[in-house]
Design a protein around this ligand. Sequence first.
Ligand SMILES: Cc1cc2nc3c(=O)[nH]c(=O)nc-3n(C[C@H](O)[C@H](O)[C@H](O)COP(=O)(O)O)c2cc1C
Length: 158
Amino acid sequence: MKTLIVYGTRYGATEKAAHMLAGRIHGEIRQINLAKGSAPSPADYDLVLVGGSVYAGSIQKEVVQFCTANRHLLLRKPLGLFVCCGEEHKAREYLQNALGADLVARALALGSFGYEFDYSKMNILFRLIVRVISKTGKSEFNLREEAIRDFAAQLPKS
Ligand SMILES: Cc1cc2nc3c(=O)[nH]c(=O)nc-3n(C[C@H](O)[C@H](O)[C@H](O)COP(=O)(O)O)c2cc1C
């Protein structure tokens, strides 16, 4: 089975999550950071997994563009959607707002994989914002391995 994993990330949490997810899937896997590489057509894959992270309520525009450009194919493909975000219970809402309710309804698996706040990577503005959001003032590394495992378990194996 051929699987395509495409994702958007700003500071690497979603990339880490995508790699962890790839480790739980069998067969041939291609991973694409949409900000760095142009994505192949989903038509060439048996399973497509699309992820991004949330900033001020929005998922990366390259993720939205990928889904818009491939909308008709994705509506017919085995599909999984995931996000990394601080407000983990809002994952479905974020995905629906960004990608459309029809795509979300069509997905075999929806994942909320946790989040990271890495102060060493953020600019000063983002540090200030996160200090308000998180209240701890410290970097936090909270990717949820069990959420990634549960997501992978809902995907077709062959
Ligand atoms: C400036 C800023 C704004 C954020 N806004 C939101 C938000 O609106 N909702 C949310 O759930 N998480 C929010 N987050 C949390 C990020 O989605 C989280 O840190 C995520 O792990 C980032 O993943 P990435 O490194 O792959 O970009 C925000 C983080 C930052 C730094």
